[in-house]
Write a protein that binds this ligand. Structure first.
Ligand code: IMP
Ligand code: MG
Length: 173
């Protein structure tokens, strides 16, 4: 068993997600907005974020890819597509919702994939940003927290599929 230390507690998470939701509502108002959740890591974040956006025009969709090897802490850059979007997003506002952006390879790939579906706008949202590890030139429009080069778990994020269900964000010592 790994030893987990708290990095961001539930209260801080909630408050910051509330702010992000307000920012998104300020930008899109009641225009149709599709939140594209990247499975599995971004599920807890996407659901909580969606509940805090005060609009009746939010749509959810899901993408499943995998870029991490089992028990591997670094992305391989090889992205394996497991589930594509199911909604028609042509001419719609799309926000790609990720748990964490590390090298940026996954997000870069997702932006290109979403663009092929001809949306009206594409924005990116990540609960966590680890800029010290970035290799790709991408923009994250909505960032929850910027974190140091730590391996984080909880609130959707895993190490070897474990710890997703922690209600806070921790890191492995
Ligand atoms: P990237 O393609 O290098 O930006 O990696 C992004 C993906 O790697 C995220 O969607 C996460 O699933 C995973 N990842 C990156 N850093 C961490 C971490 O610290 N903990 C858990 N997963 C991570
Ligand atoms: Mg992920």
């Amino acid at each position: 068993m790994e030893k987990i230390k708290t990095l961001i507690n539930e209260e801080k998470l909630n408050n910051r997600i509330e702010e992000l939701a307000m920012q998104i509502y300020n930008d899109f108002g009641d225009e149709e907005t599709v939140l594209v959740c990247i499975l599995k890591g971004a599920t807890y974040f996407t659901i909580d974020l969606s509940k805090k956006i005060k609009s009746n025009n939010v749509i959810l969709d899901f993408i499943k890819i995998s870029s991490y090897g089992v028990g591997n802490r670094e992305t391989t850059g090889h992205i394996d597509f497991k589930l594509g979007i199911s909604e028609n997003i042509e001419d719609k506002n799309v926000i790609i919702v990720e748990d964490i952006v590390d090298s940026g390879k996954t997000m870069k790939y997702l932006i290109e994939y979403i663009k092929t579906k001809k949306p009206k706008t594409v924005k990116t949202c990540a609960l966590l940003d680890k800029p010290s590890r970035r290799t790709e030139d991408i923009t994250i429009d909505y960032v929850g927290f910027t974190v140091e080069n730590l391996f984080v778990v909880g609130y959707g994020m895993d190490y070897d599929e474990k710890y997703r269900n922690l209600p806070y964000i921790g890191y492995i010592e």
